[in-house]
Design a protein around this ligand. Structure first.
Ligand SMILES: [Zn+2]
Length: 86
């Protein structure tokens, strides 16, 4: 994750991603900080109507820095572990 305080413009992000792809790497824009993710790409997957019929579900992925995900969502809670410790 870049230490720059200035956010990338969409054009700057696309330019960085194209440069990475041209060099044989993958590049995405982080959905949290909007900076480019080149290495150690993390994906957040959203499934709508998760508890409904499978044919009604839709899925989409967003890419991010793992650090941004943890900073934004907090440490994940393991509900199963909490139940067994209760
Ligand atoms: Zn980020």
């Amino acid at each position: 994750m870049s230490k720059s305080k200035d956010k990338l413009s969409p054009e700057q992000a696309v330019a960085q991603i194209r440069k990475a792809v041209a060099a044989g790497r993958v590049g995405f824009q982080c959905c949290f900080c909007r900076e480019v993710v080149i290495d150690d790409v993390t994906a957040v997957v959203l499934i709508t109507h998760w508890n409904g019929p499978r044919e009604n579900q839709r899925e989409q992925q967003w890419f991010c820095h793992a650090e941004c995900f943890t900073k934004t969502t907090g440490e994940p809670v393991n509900a199963l572990k909490e139940k067994t410790n209760a």
